[in-house]
Design a protein around this ligand. Structure first.
Ligand SMILES: [Zn+2]
Length: 135
């Protein structure tokens, strides 16, 4: 059985001058999931090296680049312990609650559109400076 551990952090949802609070839900990766993600990117890089081997002229640059990129990208990906899952909150424009799925590669600040009123929303990290702006 797959256990999905979600961790939530408060964020700021801004729309023009209005803002509201929301929650960013992050998926905590288990060590096994981190190893699988690292192995996948390593495999893709080495597959790209194999595919680029017959490319005349460019293979001198591409093959060593992809071979070196494999372990480097795998190491960088293995270090990631949490990935974004979804964000939930209230739209500052139409006051409707919404939930938006996020990609694992998404990072804050991020621009999204409200599913109800199509307003442009900015998802921002909630820091001490953003809290003081509310006062
Ligand atoms: Zn809205």
């Amino acid at each position: 059985m797959l256990m999905i551990a979600l961790v939530s952090y408060p964020i700021l949802i801004r729309c023009g001058e209005d803002h509201a609070e929301g929650l960013l839900h992050l998926h905590s990766l288990t060590p096994r999931e981190r190893r699988i993600r690292a192995a996948k990117i390593w495999g893709w890089m080495w597959l790209c090296a194999l595919i680029s081997a017959p490319v005349c002229g460019l293979h001198i640059v591409l093959v060593p680049t992809f071979i070196l990129a494999g372990p480097v990208m795998a190491f960088l990906r293995y270090r990631i312990i949490q990935v974004p899952d979804h964000v939930s909150g209230k739209c500052p424009s139409c006051k409707e609650n919404f939930t938006l799925a996020l990609k694992p590669t998404d990072r804050l600040p991020k621009r999204v559109y409200c599913p109800s009123c199509d307003a442009t929303l900015y998802l921002l990290e909630k820091t001490d400076s953003t809290v003081s702006q509310e006062n």
